[in-house]
Design a protein around this ligand. Structure first.
Ligand SMILES: Nc1nc2c(c(=O)[nH]1)N[C@H]1C(S)=C(S)[C@@H](COP(=O)(O)O)O[C@H]1N2
Ligand SMILES: [Mo]
Length: 327
C-alpha cells in the first residue's frame, strides 16, 4: 500500500515497525510527542498516515499552477483536507476499486489534447477544446465539502467555474430538462475499464435546475494547480450537496436531454443509488447508515448534515419531493 511505500522512502523518519493504525493511535501519542511536527499533528487532529503523506508531498512538484484565481463567498471556512490525502485517497474505478490505485495508475490517462462534446437539446452544439473551456469563465477557488456515499468526507479547495456558465453559452431549448455527463471510455488509458465492476463509460446526470445552481461547478484544478489525473483531469463535475459519485470525472461529453437516463451507479445497484443522491443522514443506504461520516484525517466520526450542510442554498429545489422515494 501507498502508506507503506512512503514510510520506506522516509525510513530515516520512521521505521516500518512503527507502522500503526488509527485504533492504537492514541497510545502512540507519547511517541508522536517527541516528533517535530507533533503540535501540528495533534492540533489538526490528524492520524499518522495523513501527516506522513502530507509532509511527503505538500503539493505536487510537477503540476501546473493556475493563475488569476478568484476567491468565492461560496467556500467553506472549515480546515482543508491535506493535499496528500486529497490526491491519494480516491474513488476512480476506471483505475481500480482500491482507494490508492488511482494515484498509482492514472498516469496512463492522456489529458491533452482533450475535447468535450456538448450536444442534444441546445441551440449551439459545440466540441470544446479543453483549453477553450479553461477560458470560458473566470476561474474561482471553491472550497467544498465532499461526502462519499461510503461514509467518509473531505474538504477540497477546487478550482473551477460555474457549470451554469457553460449551460448559458450553449442555449438549452425548452426540451432540455436533464443533463447527462459521460467519462472517457478507453481501456488502454483506463485499465479498470477491463473489469465489469460498472457499466462503462461512467455516466451521471443532473436535473437542469440543479445543474444551473451556483454551487455546481466544473473543476479543472485543486489546491491552486491543474487537477491531478486521479482527481478527474482535465475536467470534472463537483456537486457538493450530493454524494461524491455524482461528481463525475474526466468528462468527454455533456448531453442535454428531455428524459433522465440511468447513471452507471443506478444500473449497478438500483435500490442503493438513486438519481438525486442528495446527502441525507435520514435515509440510510440499504447496507449501512448514512447518519455519520468520517472526515479524512479526523479520529472521531461527525454527524452528516442534510444536503451535506448546503440545505439553506439547495433544499428549495426539492420542496414537495418525497426524499425517501427520490433518494
Ligand atoms: N468517472 C468516474 N467519476 C467518479 C468516480 C469514478 O469511479 N469514475 N467515483 C466517484 C466517487 S464514488 C467519488 S466519492 C468521487 C471522488 O472524488 P475524488 O477522488 O476527487 O475525491 O468521484 C466520483 N467520480
Ligand atoms: Mo463515493
Amino acid at each position: 500500500m501507498i502508506i507503506k511505500k512512503i514510510l520506506t522512502k522516509n525510513s530515516g523518519l520512521i521505521q516500518p515497525s512503527e507502522i500503526t493504525d488509527q485504533k492504537i493511535y492514541l497510545s502512540r501519542r507519547k511517541f508522536i510527542g517527541t516528533a517535530t511536527r507533533a503540535s501540528v499533528v495533534i492540533a489538526a487532529g490528524m492520524v499518522m498516515p495523513g501527516w506522513l503523506r502530507n509532509s511527503y508531498a505538500a503539493t505536487s512538484l510537477s503540476a501546473k499552477k493556475l493563475s488569476n484565481i478568484r476567491k468565492s463567498s461560496l467556500s467553506t471556512q472549515e480546515p482543508q483536507t491535506p493535499y496528500g490525502d486529497v490526491t491519494t485517497y480516491n474513488n476512480f474505478y476506471e483505475f481500480g476499486t482500491e482507494k490508492d490505485q488511482p494515484a498509482q495508475k492514472a498516469h496512463s490517462l492522456i489529458t491533452r489534447p482533450w475535447t468535450v462534446v456538448v450536444e442534444g437539446e441546445i441551440r449551439r452544439p459545440k466540441t470544446y477544446d479543453i483549453d477553450t473551456l479553461l477560458k470560458l469563465a473566470p476561474l474561482e477557488e471553491r472550497i467544498y465539502r465532499l461526502r462519499c456515499v461510503e461514509g467518509w468526507s473531505m474538504v477540497i479547495p477546487w478550482i473551477g467555474f460555474p457549470l451554469s456558465a457553460l449551460i448559458k453559452q450553449v442555449e438549452p431549448t425548452a426540451n432540455a430538462k436533464f443533463i447527462e455527463f459521460t467519462t472517457l471510455h478507453d481501456s488502454k488509458q483506463m485499465p479498470g475499464q477491463r473489469s465489469g465492476v460498472l457499466e462503462w463509460p461512467y455516466v451521471e446526470g443532473l436535473r437542469i435546475d440543479e445543474a444551473m445552481h451556483p454551487l455546481a461547478i466544473l473543476a479543472v484544478g485543486l489546491y491552486g494547480e491543474v487537477l491531478p489525473n486521479q482527481s478527474g483531469a482535465p475536467i470534472r463535475l463537483v456537486v457538493p450537496w450530493k454524494y461524491g459519485f455524482k461528481s463525475i470525472k474526466s468528462i468527454v461529453k455533456i448531453r442535454f436531454i428531455e428524459k433522465a437516463t440511468a447513471s452507471s451507479w443506478m444500473k449497478a445497484g438500483p435500490h442503493e443509488y438513486g438519481y438525486f443522491a442528495n446527502v441525507n443522514p435520514a435515509v440510510d443506504h440499504p447496507r449501512w447508515s448514512q447518519a455519520k461520516e468520517r472526515r479524512i484525517g479526523e479520529f472521531l466520526k461527525r454527524d452528516t448534515l442534510p444536503f451535506n450542510g448546503y440545505a439553506d442554498q439547495v433544499a428549495q429545489m426539492y420542496a414537495g419531493l418525497d426524499l425517501n422515494k427520490f433518494f
